[in-house]
Design a protein around this ligand. Sequence first.
Ligand code: G3P
Ligand code: CA
Length: 311
Amino acid sequence: MQRNPLIAAISLGLFAGAATSSALAETTPLEQQLKDLESFQVIAHRGASGHAPESTMAAYELAHEWGVDYLELDVQITADGELVVFHDDAIDRTSTGEGKVNDHTLEELKALDTGSWFNEANADKADADFEGAQILTLSELFERFGHDERYYIETKSPQLNPGLEEALVESLEAHDMIETGRVLVQSFEQDSLLKIRELNENVPLIQLVWYHTNEEDDSQLQEWTGVTPGPAEITDEDFQTIAEYAAGIGTNVTYDGNDVIDADFIRQAQANGLPVHIYTINEPEEMQRLLDWGVNGLFTDYPDHLLELVE
Ligand code: G3P
Ligand code: CA
């Protein structure tokens, strides 16, 4: 695979020199976004979802108000081809409906209440304004915050959502989100990322990984989709293979209460041109531990708590 020349140049620090040597080589917004990935990024997981119903406008409004670096969201496609912001494959847990997201039309999904479950589950944070919250479309989110935000978009369950990548790139282009440095696209599925890249080579991509114990031998760790070997066996070449198409990686840090990666993993990924973001970290002590490891960003349901630590 040919490495994205823009990402390669940023990793090599070429733009820092270029920007000072000539006014003609001014840093573009997309170059600046990639440069910013070297700094620490506060990523609001499904919005400020510890304080408001996940993936709703209320959760994104809060995170935006607090000045996070990215709004994190999962996109799926409805039966009639509309992109919606929704995490689970099924709508049962966080809405008044039943079944798979993609078995329903947008009109059917819009009739559901995606906020009241939060009030029932979180009596201390319940708010009557959350009742009746409608499922969000990606366009509604883009129209609300426009280029005043950055969006960290996961292609969720690509095998259940055929046409997702094409619809997503079309939407990113229509809202001018790519060259303006407003978007990262993340996925656990390498094929989904490569499809996005084929559709538009400028979209910065994040490879998600999930390390867990091997069912047959719980002393061994493996990656969910096999995109890398387990952390103990991972080599510079494994990271470089990802760096050929991605601008960074997102990973879990623990599985079943035990660490699956360490600070050396972070350093090795970074040395191979891959900033590392960790999901999903909600406890301040854990946030601080990972800040001390030198990670490049954290996904959190409580961006306010993380901002208190880093500001
Ligand atoms: O996208 C990073 C993190 O959100 C992955 O986990 O299940 O919350 O989408 P999930
Ligand atoms: Ca996600």
